[in-house]
Design a binder for this molecule. Structure first.
Ligand code: ADP
Ligand code: MG
Length: 245
């Protein structure tokens, strides 16, 4: 996979409430280009909301978002979403379209590529995730792991500067998790800038450059994997780790 190495992403003092529920309470997150940041923490701590705020699917109530050091909040939000690829727990593939059509749809509709050009790019991207031979299949005939690799190919086809993964392996049968994590690790080592919300502590420890532990809408601890996993400073992190490890 080609090295991308752009897209230093910074969230500063981000706040977000849903009604009276103050979900993000001043989040700082800095992801240096070409590195992988994992975000861990209990369910309901605001991890998914943070990703959605960082790509402006939801506008923050307060705080700033910078890409390569420049605030993006005054730009059209579509601009940021174009620069950030997103992969969800549920793959959200169109069941009645082929695998290749799923990958090329946005290339045609949003990028205005010709059918031929989109097909070439789509097939190349499917090749990278090892699924070129499934180009004409329907998503329903693929395993969950293969469907998630198609969803990753679809996001990568748009040439994002940053990739977000929100519990990308949580819906997969256990035997399918490894293949998707291996693909994500390949992407990380190819120099993609990534923010990975995950329950996979092995991935967090071994693949990510920094780990951010969130609880109840705040960053409780953040640092290199060794500091987070081997030398937790707070009771909250110690207790979380003893629950998940
Ligand atoms: P996590 O991903 O860490 O499990 P979430 O970001 O999904 O946490 O949720 C954090 C909090 O925000 C929860 O209390 C959840 O109920 C609330 N929340 C998330 N999305 C919405 C929404 N669209 N509308 C209202 N409340 C929401
Ligand atoms: Mg979530």
């Amino acid at each position: 996979m080609k090295a991308i190495e752009s897209g230093t992403l910074t969230g500063r003092g981000l706040h977000l409430s849903f009604g009276s529920n103050h979900v993000l309470r001043g989040i700082d997150l800095h992801v240096e280009r070409g590195t992988t940041a994992s975000v861990i923490g209990p369910s309901g701590s605001g991890k998914s909301t943070l990703l959605r705020v960082l790509n402006r699917l939801i506008e923050p109530d307060q705080g700033d978002i910078l890409l390569d050091g420049r605030s993006v909040l005054k730009d059209n939000p579509d601009e940021l979403r174009r620069r950030i690829g997103m992969v969800f727990q549920q793959f959200n593939l169109f069941p009645h379209k082929t695998v290749l059509e799923n990958v090329t749809l946005a290339l045609r509709k949003l990028r205005g590529m010709s059918a031929d050009e989109a097909r070439r790019k789509g097939l190349a991207q499917l090749d990278l995730v090892g699924l070129k031979h499934k180009a004409d299949a329907r998503p329903g005939n693929l395993s969950g792991g293969q469907q998630q690799r198609v969803a990753i190919a679809r996001a990568l086809a748009m040439d994002p500067e940053v990739m977000f993964f929100d519990e990308a392996t949580s819906a997969l049968d256990p035997e399918l998790v490894k293949g998707v994590l291996a693909l994500m690790a390949d992407l990380a080592s190819a120099g993609m800038t990534m923010v990975v919300v995950t329950h996979e502590m092995g991935f967090s420890r071994n693949v990510s450059d920094t780990v951010t532990f969130m609880d109840a809408g705040v960053v409780v601890e953040s640092g290199p994997p060794a500091a987070i996993f081997d030398d937790p400073r707070t009771d909250r992190l110690r207790s979380f780790l003893s629950d998940v490890l």
